[in-house]
Design a protein around this ligand. Structure first.
Ligand code: NAD
Length: 367
């Protein structure tokens, strides 16, 4: 399993919540428990300076509660910076539900989760993430207005994944422009790791452009289906990171760029949808830079989904969603330029712009 946190043994040695490595001055962390439905969830509210904390709910069979907590902390922090760099008036939050989405997710559990979200009175607004469908958000909507990503038939903007994939495609093209001098992906070898909601839609864009797409997933059924639909080659090797490729697109879970993978990576560009791709943002960001690998920051290029759900709150339509998502191309190019000019990693370049926006808003509010 790809997990955002690798060494869980270490986690037990530090203080339970505020002492976690992933704790980054989060404003609020809520533990939700309901014996009857079996719900065990953690909601992380990282920062609400720019607006209410918005971020999806992930349902995953974590190895233990530490992993779940750290996922909630890391993911909610990422949402703060994603909203900030995208220019949205939203804070960062995220929820995780501990359990198997295929076997343990029930309408009653989703409704109970919605009640917990509702109890936060809008400080946290949820949406879908891994293990969640639009239909699940429709159930949450029965008990709280603080949910986005609901069906179009119910007044929502629908599944955000295709828009997320389009934004990733835009970010990938910008990274290619920076690295190869052209944003045309035709004939480029692109490995898409994880062909779920976002990964599959990304494969569609890449195939249309004539890229040589290779797909990897732990779900054999999906591999067969996506390969058949788009003519993508299925990866059957043992070590994806050691393969020759132009672009590596992580679209499963986070932390795949870590101590074990980073020295093997032969990709020239990394651009994918997964949140928190760098296990250690500072160390692995710097190593990518040293190795000349153009890394398009995840929280910048996977913002299409949040742009899409934000439309539900702000009431803007599809044309504006597409315009904002397309703009990820320009922002990504700016980040590469900024990182070169300031000799910083692309991750830090994006982070510093996001932090500046939050600080400015804080100062304005305190005037
Ligand atoms: P999903 O659950 O639909 O797809 C994830 C896919 O990854 C599944 O097919 C799963 O089998 C596969 N997978 C899991 N572990 C794997 C492994 N070790 N190797 C290969 N494949 C593996 O999720 P999604 O909605 O497509 O999201 C994908 C990623 O993008 C997640 O990290 C999510 O947080 C991020 N993201 C999604 C959105 C969105 O709009 N859905 C927005 C921003 C970021």
């Amino acid at each position: 399993m790809v997990s955002d946190i690798i060494n869980t043994n270490e986690l037990h040695k530090v203080d339970p919540v505020f002492g976690q490595l992933s704790f980054d001055n989060h404003e609020q962390v809520v533990f939700c428990n309901d014996k009857d439905t079996g719900l065990k969830a953690i909601i992380g509210i990282h920062n609400t300076v720019l607006g209410p904390a918005l971020g999806g709910t992930r349902m995953w069979q974590y190895n233990n509660e530490w992993e779940a907590l750290n996922d909630a902390l890391r993911l909610s922090r990422g949402m703060t910076f994603k909203a900030a760099i995208t220019g949205l008036n939203l804070g960062g939050g995220k929820a995780v539900i501990i359990g198997n989405a295929k076997t343990q997710k029930t309408p009653a559990l989703m409704r109970k989760f919605g009640e917990f979200v509702n109890s936060l009175s809008g400080r946290y607004i949820t949406a879908e993430d891994v293990g969640m469908e639009t239909a699940d958000m429709d159930i949450v909507r029965e008990v709280t207005p603080y949910v986005t990503g609901i069906s179009e038939s119910k007044g929502g903007a629908g599944n955000p994944s295709p828009i997320t994939a389009y934004g990733v495609f835009m970010g990938m093209k910008a990274a290619a422009k920076y690295k190869f001098g052209s944003d045309v992906l035709e004939d480029k070898v692109v490995y898409v790791q994880g062909i779920g909601h976002v990964g599959e839609a990304l494969v569609a864009h890449l195939s249309n452009e004539g890229a040589k797409v290779i797909i990897a997933d732990i779900n054999e059924e999906r591999l067969q289906a996506v390969s058949k639909t788009y003519g993508a080659k299925i990866y059957r090797g043992k070590d994806i990171y050691a393969e020759e490729m132009d672009v590596y697109a992580p679209c499963a879970l986070g932390a795949t760029i870590n101590d074990s993978s980073i020295y093997k990576l032969k990709a020239h560009v990394i651009a994918g949808a997964a949140n928190n791709q760098l296990q250690d943002e500072v160390k692995h960001g710097a190593l990518l830079k040293d190795r000349g690998i153009a890394y398009a920051p995840d929280f910048l290029i996977n913002a299409g989904g949040i742009i899409n759900v934000y439309a539900e709150l702000e009431g803007y339509g599809k044309a504006e969603i597409m315009r904002k998502t397309e703009n990820i191309y320009n922002t990504t190019l700016e980040i590469f330029k900024h990182s070169e000019e300031n000799n910083s990693t692309t991750h830090n370049a994006a982070l510093s712009i996001a932090l500046d926006r939050i600080e400015t808003r804080k100062k304005e509010a305190n005037k």
